[in-house]
Design a protein around this ligand. Structure first.
Ligand code: HAM
Length: 406
């Protein structure tokens, strides 16, 4: 019987993990550069927490089950409810604004397809305790910073942004009945992805109202969104103004958003959103914590890796070792191991072949390991407590006393 990885899950062999680690390194760097502190939470949460306020698709995709104690639990599909719970538990004692980030793995029972898997890694950065539009703008800027560190800039990306309040105000002006509002919002969210959404919207709102609503997709009613204008302005100050595009169709599927919402897309429009986020001012209060405004975003590794691959920007695997130590003759194998130990103690990554290996083969192994230098242990040099250090790029060699080797 041969076992296979489950659909939508991935094995990370060294090459794949190197890509993920390269992406994660940019996420960590961008977070820290903007003063975010790293957190994590449990992979399993109570089902009630995860279903309380997220709503929509995500709740139907939960890996939920009863544990052996009879508790209804689920693997986490996102971080925001956990983060809200963590903030609620300690809110009083935490200086505001709180700026937290994390890089966890999430689980959603989705149909595996391009850009969508059942287990994926997602960077979150959230700001809690500020209602300032500058905080929304900073979150977007931080997301873009990480992408810039990976080689993606303004030519590759655009940020489509809206504000839930603008959509609500428009629906109110159009006198859309309260019981239809939630469905109308969900349908605007699906306009691009679901060809049936437009017809359904027309059915629910009537053609005149639907037409008036759809007009805003062509020309954003910014005059109804002073809060969004303030975010755009602050975005300009953060140097990302050119990438921000007000777009009425950006709603976001999660129910807890209350203000600006945004998604980052590749400019060619071939892939799903690389990242998405928004303001959720009522979530922490509604989960039993104090009323604290909050906002943040999630950026997944799957779409991002696809985009990087398309642009030839996938992070390289780091060298396995820096120095490869080669004994010239089997009797010097022990000496090579002693040199390896010495280098490692000095903080240099190093290895030697386990058994007797001919020089040519050992040098090929050194290159395959990505080593910058080979350290050759020959009988003559070793007799004088020296080694030969060969630069593997230039081929240059010099004799170095063992005591000075580092
Ligand atoms: P989300 O839009 O569900 O938001 O996910 C954000 C990003 O995670 C997506 O743009 C995508 O890159 C990635 N992603 C989502 N689902 C999958 C999947 N099945 N496979 C691969 N990648 C996926 C949230 O999760 C919010 N909690 C983000 C947030 C944080 N909002 C405020 N703070």
């Amino acid at each position: 019987m041969r076992f296979r990885v489950l659909p939508g899950f991935r094995d990370f062999y060294p090459e794949q993990l190197a890509v993920r680690r390269g992406i994660e390194a940019a996420w960590h760097r961008a977070s820290r550069a903007a003063g975010f502190q790293e957190i994590d939470g449990p992979v399993l949460e109570s089902l009630d927490l995860l279903t309380a306020k997220s709503g929509g698709e995500i709740v139907s995709q939960l890996y939920a089950f009863d544990d052996k104690g009879g508790r209804a639990v689920s693997l986490r599909p996102e971080m925001t409810p956990t983060l809200a719970r963590m903030v609620a538990a300690r809110a009083g004692g935490l200086p505001k604004p709180i700026k937290w980030y994390c890089v966890p793995e999430f689980y959603r029972y989705e149909k595996p397809q391009r850009g969508r898997l059942r287990a994926f890694h997602q960077w979150n950065a959230d700001v809690i305790g500020s209602s300032e539009p500058a905080a929304d703008a900073e979150a977007i800027a931080v997301a873009l910073d990480a992408l810039r560190m990976l080689g993606l800039g303004g030519d590759d990306l655009r940020v489509r942004i809206s504000d839930r309040r603008v959509l609500s105000r428009v629906l109110e002006e159009l006198e859309v009945p309260g019981d239809v509002e939630a469905e109308a919002i969900a349908l605007v969210d699906r306009l691009e992805r679901d060809p049936a959404a437009r017809g359904r919207l027309e059915e629910r709102l009537g053609s005149a109202r639907c037409g008036a609503l759809l007009e805003h997709c062509a020309s954003y009613p910014l005059e109804r969104g002073p809060e969004l204008q303030a975010v755009l302005e602050a975005g300009g100050e953060f140097g990302i103004g050119g990438l921000l595009e007000p777009d009425f169709r950006i709603v976001r599927g999660l129910a807890y958003y209350t203000g600006p919402v945004w998604e980052i897309f590749d400019r060619r429009g071939e892939l799903r959103a690389v990242a998405g986020g928004g303001r959720y001012d009522e979530l922490i209060g509604s989960l039993g914590g104090p009323e604290l405004p909050a906002l943040g975003f999630g950026m997944g590794d799957v779409v991002l890796a696809e985009l990087l691959q398309e642009r030839g920007l996938l992070p390289d695997a780091p060298a396995r070792v820096e120095a490869y130590v080669i004994p010239i003759g089997a009797e010097l194998a022990g000496a090579a191991r002693a040199v390896v130990a010495r280098l490692r103690a000095a903080g240099v990554s190093a290895e030697a072949p386990y058994g007797a290996v001919r020089l040519g083969k050992a040098l090929r192994q050194a290159s395959a390991a990505g080593a910058r230098r080979a350290i050759l242990i020959g009988p003559d040099e070793w007799a004088e407590r020296s080694v030969r250090v060969r630069d593997l790029a230039s081929g240059e060699e010099r004799v170095v006393e063992l005591e000075r080797l580092d």
